[in-house]
Design a protein around this ligand. Structure first.
Ligand SMILES: *Cc1c(COP(=O)(O)O)cnc(C)c1O
Length: 308
């Protein structure tokens, strides 16, 4: 396995723009909002998934693994990026997918399949115990040896990669916001942020209180200035309403920056809502982390849940 090729690719990420969002509410409250456009880092390995995969792929190559296996839902941005990375760097990839197979494949899995990924479906109840010895040995019997990357890519190697995110902002900031699924990305951002900056994760799942414990475990610093906002999930993972849809459409129109309603739309909605509620002191500088994930829109469009 060519670990030099992987190192070279991941050590030279695109220097993506940090765009200021000049909107009435921020002028009125005298605060500055910037958005870090890591959705532009790469067409297929983008946003936070670039940083989550970085050290996982280097480790897999250095340990001479030729097969990567990971877990995700049928619309997972992580599965999508992993499949592409496997093709790009010459790994075989296996996606262990939650739920039953649906044919034809949705756009996410169709792309993954075109990249050469093999799928293995687990019922929802088996998926809950996906890391159990029983399931893992079943997977080993089926696929042989593999390098396991947890669901959403979140492990210590992912956190290490994500700790490199804030260094790329190139400005001093008081607050940084990031959408939060498993919490691996926010843990890395906590580790990589200066002491005086506050880190907020916006939970996109309902009943996500597990995040507080998981992020404390993932994060390697004792930095205490972080918190998770639990009130912006809009009903749960991939759930949204007309209000969020309108917000996203209007934001896209004003600033020509694409969002989606699963992660980044909820995160920006939270920032606007907090600004309205005078949460940020005058003079504050806020960075919103655009973690990518726009491929997820294709599945929503296909199901007529979203208009492009
Ligand atoms: C995966 C993903 C997240 C969540 O990252 P976690 O590390 O699981 O919290 C946030 N935004 C986007 C666009 C994602 O694809």
């Amino acid at each position: 396995m060519n670990s030099d090729k992987i190192k070279n690719y991941f050590s030279n990420p695109e220097q993506t723009p940090l765009q200021q969002i000049v909107d009435d509410i921020f002028i009125e409250k005298q605060i500055k909002l910037y958005i870090k456009r890591d959705d532009l880092i790469d067409a297929h390995i983008n946003g936070n998934k670039f940083f989550k995969l970085k050290y996982n792929l280097i480790e897999a190559a250095e340990k001479n693994h030729s097969t990567l296996l990971s877990f995700g839902g049928a619309y997972s941005n992580h599965i999508y990026s992993l499949a592409y990375a496997g093709k790009k760097f010459g790994f075989s990839t296996i996606g262990v997918i939650r739920g039953e197979e649906h044919l034809p494949h949705n756009p996410t899995l169709q792309f993954a399949k075109e990249c050469g990924m093999k799928f293995y479906y687990l019922s929802r109840s088996d998926y809950r115990k996906k890391y159990s010895e029983e399931i893992i040995s079943k997977l080993k019997n089926t696929f042989g040896d593999f390098f396991l990357i947890p669901e959403g890519g979140s492990n210590q190697l992912a956190v290490k990669g994500c700790s490199e995110i804030p260094g790329r902002f190139q400005i001093d900031y008081d607050y940084v916001f990031c959408a939060c699924g498993t919490g691996g990305t926010v843990a890395g951002i906590i580790d990589g942020s200066p002491k005086h900056s506050k880190v907020f994760g916006v939970a996109v799942l309902k009943n996500a209180s597990f995040l507080l414990k998981d992020i404390s475990k993932f994060s390697n610093t004792k930095k205490s200035d972080w918190n998770i906002l639990f009130d912006y999930h809009f009903g749960g993972y991939a759930k949204f309403n007309k209000e969020l849809m309108r917000f996203i459409k209007s934001f896209e129109q004003k600033f020509n920056i694409p969002l989606e309603p699963i992660y980044t739309g909820k995160m920006l909605f939270a920032i606007y809502d907090l600004a309205k509620k005078n949460f940020f002191p005058e003079g504050s500088t806020i960075v919103a982390y655009h973690s990518g994930g726009l491929q997820g829109l294709n599945g929503l469009i296909q199901r007529n849940l979203w208009r492009a």
